[in-house]
Design a protein around this ligand. Structure first.
Ligand SMILES: NC(=O)c1ccc[n+]([C@@H]2O[C@H](COP(=O)([O-])OP(=O)(O)OC[C@H]3O[C@@H](n4cnc5c(N)ncnc54)[C@H](O)[C@@H]3O)[C@@H](O)[C@H]2O)c1
Length: 310
């Protein structure tokens, strides 16, 4: 191809986090040009972003629906080739679907969608149209991850029995969402970030399959810790015994001091073991793919907890 690829963007307003990273990454090899965008839901911010990026104002849109409607009817030598979708999680499926149906390739931030059904819908459109949908599981490009992959592939580590990944992050350790912080606000709202919340967002989706993600809540040293328990996103393989662990991640919050703790867990078909900083507890949890459970102070199940308790 003797020209640059023309890129559009959905999300990525001036005050956003990952959109500017996508723009920088797209610019690295000089083969991509950003030509249009529907950058924000904040009134006026899409326009400001377009101005800051020196885009043609006619190609800076208020909504992605408007953008795809107009772009798909442009002459082939002007319209975009692909779109980068860098909105919060609940706005991944809509723009990705509409972009594919408008004839554009898609790069979408993880998670691909909110449900398996949505993901399968996209898969069908990709199969039908032959367009590319790329999902940015960026950490797979990290040198350490590549090195680990190589060590596994060349047998240096022998047979892999278990993969254990930790990803400590501190920026949500205070109630940042209460201050109006945009990134914190949607990540702590399951309606916008998804069932797994921030844990599912950052920890679960970047990990190699089949690492499952769950959340567990309970009490620690008499303090009211809470959260939801979600069964693993990837159900245990049939035939797994109680000792065949599936790693899950856990998110806890201490209501009294507002601190959040993250800890690594290990779940089998019948049992969840959860470990805090300096103590060890084991709760017996039946595996039920449809249920969320709340765990009490002594590890007992106190009932389904489908919503946050704060
Ligand atoms: N791959 C990674 O390492 C990585 C890192 C951070 C974030 N992410 C993902 O990137 C996505 C965005 O995260 P972020 O931290 O940049 O969020 P953010 O809150 O900083 O930015 C989201 C942007 O999308 C805009 N937006 C929201 N709804 C929109 C709509 N309907 N139309 C147009 N614009 C809209 C917002 O106004 C904002 O500009 C998330 O899905 C997140 O999981 C991935």
């Amino acid at each position: 191809m003797k020209r640059k690829l023309r890129m559009g963007m959905v999300g990525g307003g001036l005050t956003s986090f990952i959109g500017p990273v996508h723009r920088k990454a797209a610019g690295i090899d000089g083969e991509i040009e950003l030509v249009c965008g529907a950058f924000s839901v904040v009134p006026g911010e899409s326009k400001q972003t377009g101005e800051a990026l020196y885009l043609n104002p006619k190609r800076v849109y208020e909504t992605y629906q408007e953008m795809f409607e107009i772009e798909k009817n442009m002459p082939p030598d002007q319209r975009i080739d692909f779109v980068s979708v860098v909105t919060p999680n609940h706005v991944h499926f809509g723009p990705s679907k509409m972009a594919l149906e408008s004839g554009f390739h898609v790069i979408v931030e993880k998670p691909i969608a909110f449900s398996v059904e949505e993901a399968k819908t996209l898969q069908k459109i990709v199969a039908k149209t032959g367009l590319i949908l790329g999902l940015t599981h960026t950490y797979t490009g990290y040198p350490l991850v590549k090195e680990a992959r190589n060590m596994v592939a060349t047998g240096k580590l022998g047979k892999i029995r278990k993969v254990f990944v930790e990803y400590p992050q501190g920026w949500l350790s205070t109630l940042l969402e209460g201050t109006g912080n945009m990134q914190a606000s949607w990540r702590t709202d399951p309606k916008q970030s998804g069932m797994g919340g921030a844990i599912g967002d950052k920890l679960g989706k970047h990990k190699p399959a089949p690492i499952a993600v769950g959340m567990i809540g309970g009490a620690l040293a008499g303090k009211a810790l809470w959260d939801m328990v979600f069964p693993p996103a990837v159900p245990p393989e049939p035939g797994n015994g109680p000792d065949d662990d599936i790693p899950v991640e856990v998110f806890l919050r201490d209501q009294q001091c507002g601190t959040r703790l993250q800890t690594a867990h290990s779940q089998s078909v019948y049992r969840v073991g959860y470990r805090f900083k300096d103590e060890e507890r084991v709760a017996e949890l039946p595996y039920d793919p449809g249920e969320a459970l709340l765990v009490g102070a002594g590890g007992e199940i106190t009932g389904p907890a489908r919503k946050r308790l704060d």
